[in-house]
Write a protein that binds this ligand. Structure first.
Ligand code: ADP
Ligand code: DP6
Length: 303
């Protein structure tokens, strides 16, 4: 029997970028995401055979730093662990490349703990636990979700069939994690407060656009929100950027397709890879065009 627990990646259309509080983890601005069912992590916990705690991703033993991070998190919601465990996880998404492995991985881990330690938590409780491991992961429990400043996570109903694909720029581990990067922006970016205010407006407008099935508006807000988030990295000290020349080329491709009548929009997270948002009914046409123009890998994220 396959006893793995599965967690999904999600990509924010309005980003979480900055913690107003670290304990509990609360975002500066409300944010909203789409789950990508083809990008997931699966995780299993077993009693350790080596009498030490171990953490593997894709059969690769993780560093002591990664192990400590994960064990500290587990100990917050599983008291009195009196055995050594092995955590085995597989990511279908590249790890730490801005494709949301932290959300799929954390959701899978929380579910695996619930199973292995027989915690019998409700989904609502697991959602709240998950955000303490990685903020964005709390949104992965729903197809579309919002995470509010007070910590609440709500399912968002959407009648549109939204899809995403990734124009892969680089699958390697990023040099600076989302956590460190957002922390640097919170403490040093001269436009951080402006970002928070703009993101709050984006969130409100996004909810209306979703309710009104206004895909053009959804796309417009998605792009401007991502660009604003990335601008905070430029205004940080020391300044940095997740985007590379190829990221900008990918963004141009998306804009060109749109100008030619194939409606699609871009968003980027803490990494150089570019995600393309479109209506599922246009999948074939958009994929065919992008396949011709984008010489690197494309990952299809939704069924
Ligand atoms: P990403 O852009 O992929 O979400 P982040 O920098 O936000 O990258 O997070 C990467 C971190 O997420 C990893 O260093 C690790 O701590 C955690 N992570 C990734 N995959 C898993 C997994 N399968 N199980 C548990 N944690 C994971
Ligand atoms: C750019 O949720 O990975 O993807 O809470 O510190 O684990 P931690 O950060 P994380 O950050 C996600 C940042 C983002 C935007 C988003 O997903 O909303």
């Amino acid at each position: 029997m396959d006893s793995y627990s599965v967690g999904y990646a999600n990509i924010a259309l309005v980003k979480y970028w900055g913690k107003k509080s670290k304990n509990p983890v609360l975002p500066y601005n409300p944010n909203l995401s789409l789950r990508l069912d083809n990008l997931y992590s699966k995780t299993k916990i077993e009693k350790s055979k080596n009498n030490e705690n171990e953490f593997y991703i894709n059969d690769e033993k993780q560093s002591l730093e990664e192990l400590n991070k994960i064990m500290n998190f587990i100990q917050k919601f599983v008291p009195n662990i009196n055995e050594k465990i092995t955590i085995k996880s597989y990511n279908t998404v590249p790890t730490a490349a801005g494709l949301s492995s932290s959300s799929s991985g954390t959701m899978a881990l929380v579910l695996a703990c619930n199973e292995y330690f027989n915690l019998q938590k409700t989904t609502k409780e697991l959602v709240q636990i998950s955000k303490e491991g990685s903020g964005s992961s709390c949104r992965s429990f729903y197809k579309m979700a919002s995470w509010l400043e007070n910590g609440e996570v709500e399912e968002i109903k959407c009648d549109l069939d939204l899809s995403m694909m990734v124009l892969v720029v680089d699958e390697n581990r990023k040099k600076i994690s989302s956590r460190e990067a957002m922390e640097r922006c919170v403490t040093t970016s001269t436009n951080f407060n402006d970002w928070v205010e703009a993101a709050k407006i984006d969130f409100e407008e996004m909810k209306i656009a979703i309710k009104e099935n206004d895909f053009s508006k959804i796309g417009e807000i998605t792009e401007r929100n991502a660009l604003y988030m990335h601008s905070t990295t430029e205004y940080a000290t020391p300044s940095f950027s997740f985007l590379t020349d190829d990221s900008y080329k990918a963004m141009e491709l998306v804009k060109n397709l749109r100008n030619e009548g194939l409606e699609c929009y871009f968003t980027m997270d803490a990494g150089p890879n570019v995600k393309v948002l479109y209506l599922k009914e246009n999948h074939e046409k958009i994929y065919r065009e992008l396949e011709k123009l984008w010489k690197k890998k494309i990952i299809q994220c939704t069924q």
